[in-house]
Design a protein around this ligand. Sequence first.
Ligand code: HEC
Ligand SMILES: [Cu+2]
Length: 347
Amino acid sequence: MRSVSRLNKFVGSGLLAAMVFAFFGCGNFNAPMQTFASGSDLAKWITSLYIQITIWDSIVLAIVLIVLALAIFVFSTREGDPTEPHEHESDLMLELAWTIAPALILMFITIPTVRTIMRTQPSKWPANAITVQVHAHQWWWEFDYPGLHIATGDEVHIPINRVIHFELYSDDIIHSFWIPALGGKRDVIPGQVNQITLIPSVTGEFYGQCAEFCGLSHANMRFRMVVDTADGFKQWVAAQQAPPVEPQEAAAKNGEKIFKNAPCAICHTVRGISGFSKQYDYGFRGPDLTHFGSRGTLAGSIFDNNPKNLAMWIQDPEKVKPGARMPTLGLRGTDLHDLVAYLESLK
Ligand code: HEC
Ligand SMILES: [Cu+2]
């Protein structure tokens, strides 16, 4: 029997169903980390390349499927067909065609690919670009604005329609800097400074993620990138440059004392209260907490920043984030409560 066997039919329809499901999965355009949002020039170039290649691939797929269908349903020998299929020794035209056609298709794919690679690796950027130094740590991101004297952890603000130049440093092992909606990704390598330059074109909050396996909490190494309006960015910069807020309530005041006397101050900077000298950085330095209360998330952006999560974090960092490089310091009860009140007051 030449008819399609039952097993083949079963496998075939299974594959078809899987493809349909996968296709619907791609349709969720509200996902915070999807790459089709194209929130910057860089992301647009990459998405456009992706679409071009997908179009060429789809044309090839369609041609192959049509030829395959013709071979199976039109040109195959039927049962009881007396004529033998005729043999082709060689056919010059056919051979030329299937040599030249793939070469052309490869050319259509190669030229835009190489052009996009060159475009996304500029060696020059305008003098008024905003430089952000990104330091990757196991397992959190530090953002320094050398021109603005600001340092944050896990959260980076940039203004819309300005050239943003990220310099990528690693303080330990290889990480990869990736903000799916704004383009990327680029390796962050110890001893080498890589860079990414982009112009954000929409405001909003976007999630970034380390995209290179870097140890136990690799999957917990996220960050938030907030694209502000020009005015919003100015306000944010002014607020971050301001000295830390003086605690007002009794609990927060007591919390400040605890912070100064506990080992927290060895690893964390709160400007004017505790300083961390990069000279003594042995790999366990923690994020700058000067304006910690103004941030939306904590610990590699895996928890929302609220008193409950903060208390949970300080009580036992390892328990909620495997391998976390912040020690458990045995704080509980009123001490913990007051310390949390202090940190959250640092708006
Ligand atoms: C040995 C150094 C060290 C000490 C001591 C330390 N921390 Fe940390 N802390 C870290 C590191 C490293 C991180 C980042 C961990 C991560 O996200 O994986 C961190 C993260 C944090 C965060 C989250 C910040 C953010 O933006 O994500 C807070 C808040 C914090 N620590 C508060 C404290 C407090 C309060 C104390 C004192 C009770 C303390 N830390 C003691 C190293 C330390
Ligand atoms: Cu990493």
